[in-house]
Design a protein around this ligand. Sequence first.
Ligand SMILES: [Zn+2]
Length: 526
Amino acid sequence: MKNLKIICLILISLLFFSCSMKNKQIELIRQDADQLIKAQSEMGYANWTQGAFSNQDSLYKAYEHLFTKENIQLVKQAEEKEKDPQKKKALTYLRLYLLSEYISKQTAALYDQTENMQSQAKIKVEGKEIPFRQIAVLISNEKDQNKRRKLFVSQDSFLDSLNVIYKQIEDFYHSQAQELGYNSYNAFAQDLKSIDLENFKPVVQDFLVKTQIIYETLLTEFLQKNLKLNRNYFYRFDVPALLRQGEFDKYFPKEKLVETVKATYLDLGIDMDKQPNLKIDSEEREKKNPRAVCFAIDVPADVRLSIKPIGGVQDYAALFHESGHGEHFANTTEKIWEFKYLGNNTVTEAYAFLSEYFLSDKDWLSKHTQMSETDLKEFLKAQVFSRLLLVRRYCAKFLYELELHSQNPKSEKIYADYLSQAMGFKRTASDEKRYLYDVDANYYVVDYLRAWFLEAQLKSKLKEKFGESWFEKKEAGAYLKALWENGNKFTGEELVQQIGYPTISSDALINEINQLLSSVQLVAKD
Ligand SMILES: [Zn+2]
């Protein structure tokens, strides 16, 4: 009896010892991941704003020990044993982070190869050699449809060679998913994104069906107005030119960009000049990347926005979008490390879209721009059309990716068919060549789609609580702050329930689109 007691004590203490050893190991993983993420952000920020040399690969190499199957397993075991729901969730975030980085680490060389091929490739167009990366810009600026077609088709053989590498990446994902113990790549992605892909499919299909008629009406109108094109002669290479909204750029002057963002947030009771933890670098430096960006370096103490203002609709939309991310992270008070830095992007993208789509609000436009009534109506309609086109494109991409990742042998054809149906252009054989080039890793498309739907639900709630001009109410700002405080603690599905909906659905977005269009008609009658 006595001996048994001693053995039991030894066993218990051994168990306790191994448990606390494991906890220590997990704490070390967390500390290393924290250092790595901060170093990556600092390097990314210096490269973006100063043109400093970037060597992200060296950082990965220095932390190679982090992303191993053993560490994934270690965190998984702790996650399964953990009883406290908060701690369990934090461990889930940590495991999913390790998992996605484990895969990225192994595909990095192949992705680098595709990047290098793209930056070095020269495409022959009518006897001239043009860098591959310039072709998209040329297509977007080209007024002659025939020339757009030639530029588009000229990339075909290069895309064939790129596809060889992309196919290797795709195959690698499948074999890795199996090796990590999942039945399929889709099962792996479901775990990674915390989503039931099959359940999300009807939500996406529903959006496509319910917006089909409005989209086609707007498409016919904008094709005629912007490109003088009939729907029967509309092709994929016409899309970028169709979406250009240059005529409205005069209402979005470069000089007023930062002050407009600040004035907008001030109305919500958020004084950006009094947020020392959220810095805006709008200096014009030669080597600075002009695009707006947000780096959450140390949440919430050090969040940085950068822009090299050029003015115009796109520039405003981009800085508003990034400011949405910035306010989210700068207002985070959550203490658990995983909830500050990890988790998927649905929630933060929804906050970013909420900020970006101030530009789709009639009252906001009246207040912050000098648009005439007629231009305001036209601009709003153009905003609705481009958002609709973009969301429908992502719907098609998602439905296609479900097929691709189920290893459907007709993926090329399905890709071209789905996009052509959703966006309303006539498909060509060249469209099929983009069936892998146009895919982001690990269903990133899902985060964006959920964020678009969630943003509309959040905005509808804000209007219900604070009225149509919610964006001028300090109470609305306080409501948002209370949500931002949580950082990434809540998933999109949890957040939508907190604000009063059973699930993420496209109904609010469809309503918003309909309301915007009917308000445009009302303005027209005035
Ligand atoms: Zn974003």
